[in-house]
Design a protein. Structure first.
Length: 286
């Protein structure tokens, strides 16, 4: 009897139902936080793509925008229909559904079955995704603080699943992979419609006014713009053509001929990032 009693505490520490439930609850909480943060990043991406100033943690909004509009992020969105933030939400929903499902089965005293391997594979996929995204961001010379928080949540989730790997062992790895992939496919299809309606990053760098200096074709140059930019240009030209001619106020600082048929009035703030971009654009026009 004495030897049996001394082994009970060790068995309880190794993988008791109570400790397993605690790990599953912690994983579900981290996945819920990751899902909220991914949805928030997606919303801020929409703000940036529509001309607003996104939230970027402790950094400037331009830092996050540079990461979201990087070549890697654009390739992911073009190839899959979802932005990187959308894929973060897909992973988070899978990472949340699996431990919640496992807790429900545990409450009804049923074995986790394929849920255990599915959780471990989901955690592994999250860790690999974090490494890939961080490498792509560093290759661009940027690392946005909001992305860093996502990395911490995903890595914490992976660490918890690794700690509870003994309690998560169950069915064959193949069944767990099928369950994880099936859940991810369902989440992907649920988010595909808003993903396809998320604007893509503009490729404004393709429009170079200096190409006109050598007598380039303006129509061919405008044709390099993305469709939404061409529509905005068309709307601006139509508004200008139908606008009322007004007397111009004396310029505080005039560059060029006073009797030029077109005058651009610039309002600038030395602390405004968008004004800095406008300054470079006007320098190109000049």
């Amino acid at each position: 009897m004495s030897s049996t009693q001394t082994r009970r505490p060790e068995a309880r520490r190794a993988g008791s139902p109570r400790s397993g439930a605690g790990l599953l609850g912690a994983a579900a909480a981290l996945a819920a936080a990751s899902a909220f943060w991914a949805a928030f990043q997606w919303r801020e991406l929409l703000v940036a793509r529509r001309g607003g100033e996104p939230f970027c943690g402790f950094g400037e909004g331009d830092v996050c925008t540079a990461v979201w509009d990087s070549a890697f992020a654009n390739a992911v969105q073009h190839a899959t229909g979802l932005p990187v933030a959308g894929w973060g939400l897909v992973w988070s929903l899978v990472a949340l559904a699996l431990p919640v499902w496992a807790l429900v089965r545990r409450a009804s005293e049923r074995a986790p079955g394929a849920l255990g391997p599915a959780l471990l594979l989901t955690a592994l996929a999250g860790a690999v995704g974090v490494a890939l995204l961080a490498s792509a961001s560093l290759a661009e010379g940027q690392l946005c603080p909001t992305c860093a928080l996502t990395y911490l949540l995903v890595l914490a989730y992976a660490a918890i699943c690794w700690m509870g790997r003994r309690t998560l062992r169950g069915a064959a790895l193949r069944r767990g992979a099928a369950l994880a992939l099936g859940t991810a496919a369902a989440a992907f299809l649920a988010l595909l419609y808003p993903g396809l309606n998320t604007p893509h990053a503009r490729k404004d760098a393709a429009f170079d006014p200096r190409a006109l200096a050598g007598g380039g074709d303006l129509a061919a140059l405008v044709a390099t713009l993305p469709p939404d930019a061409r529509q905005e240009l068309s709307d601006a030209l139509a508004a200008f053509a139908h606008s009322e001619a007004r007397a111009l106020r004396p310029a505080r600082a005039l560059i060029g001929a006073p009797d030029a048929p077109l005058r651009v009035t610039e309002f600038a703030d030395v602390l405004c990032g968008h004004c800095a971009e406008l300054h470079h654009a006007l320098a190109q026009l000049v």
